[in-house]
Design a protein around this ligand. Structure first.
Ligand SMILES: O=P(O)(O)OC[C@H]1O[C@H](OP(=O)(O)OP(=O)(O)O)[C@H](O)[C@@H]1O
Ligand SMILES: Nc1ncnc2[nH]cnc12
Length: 248
């Protein structure tokens, strides 16, 4: 049902000897990053903009190259937000215009490949808060509407509510009652699937509103938590991560 990422999980290595609990650790990058704001010529999307696209490069090759660049940019912070959690920081992607563009291109290619047979989604549903970083842009590229799932108390008007457990604690999600119309095809997107509690709660809200879930799309997956087992529609993860619980 799902399409596992084809990149190996990395192990985290401290970059320096500072002992702060929240010092980032970063995998050994295999690719040199361009400075922030400078387009990375290895990203086909930028090459295309400059008229340099390799005409014979397939979508699969482009996706594989984008994934390598994206993966190399991620950082990990041990013991955040609490002891025992190795926090995966996706924000470096958004701090670099070429990586940001590369993420959207990679997701567009992946969604078309993995979910294209089911047609175009009517709605992309993004989860509060990191699903908002790329959900609206992806929706635009796919020609779909964007609808947020928010933490409780943030949305006006009649709402549906679902309580859920996540890797660190419990919370409540809400959607506006008219945000998804009966029968609309919905793609649920978020940065990370850990225990799967957040995504499952979002899925339950979409179904309460009458939507049909085409699938779930994540940038990263903490494989060892088996979160995808909580989801009853196809799951696609762009980049693999943390196959086993890491001692920090
Ligand atoms: O699979 P799960 O165990 O449910 O965990 C995954 C969720 O946890 C994080 O969000 P968080 O609630 O920390 O909120 P934030 O996006 O506002 O930081 C992440 O962005 C996912 O939404
Ligand atoms: N380990 C983790 N890193 C970043 N976000 C998360 N959400 C749940 N678990 C997480």
């Amino acid at each position: 049902m799902s399409a596992p990422s084809d990149l190996p999980a990395h192990s985290a290595h401290p970059l320096n000897t500072t002992t702060s609990a929240h010092t980032p650790v970063k995998p050994d990058a295999t690719t040199a990053h361009p400075p922030p704001g400078k387009p990375d010529p290895t990203l086909e999307s930028n090459a295309t903009q400059r008229g340099l696209a390799a005409p014979h490069a397939s979508a699969a090759a482009e996706l594989a190259r984008l994934k390598i660049n994206l993966k190399a940019s991620l950082r990990q912070f041990p013991d955040f937000p609490e002891p025992g959690i190795l926090f995966e920081d996706i924000l470096p992607i958004f701090a670099d215009a070429a990586l940001h563009e590369g993420l959207l291109r990679a997701l567009e290619l992946a969604v078309t490949k993995e979910f294209g047979a089911a047609g175009k989604p009517d709605v992309v549903v993004g989860l509060d808060a990191r699903g908002f970083l790329f959900g609206p842009s992806l929706a635009l590229r796919l020609g779909a509407a964007f609808v947020p799932v928010r933490k409780r108390g943030k949305l006006p008007g009649p709402c549906e509510t679902a309580e859920y457990m996540k890797e660190y604690g419990s919370d409540f999600f809400q959607m506006q009652g008219d945000a998804v119309k009966k029968g609309q095809k919905v793609l649920v997107v978020d940065d990370i699937i850990a225990t799967g509690g957040s995504a499952a709660a979002a899925g339950s809200l979409v179904k309460k509103l009458g939507g049909t879930i085409m699938g779930y799309v994540f940038i990263l997956e903490l494989d060892f938590l088996k979160g995808r087992d909580k989801l009853d529609a196809p799951v696609y993860t762009l980049l693999a991560s943390q196959e086993e619980k890491t001692e920090s």
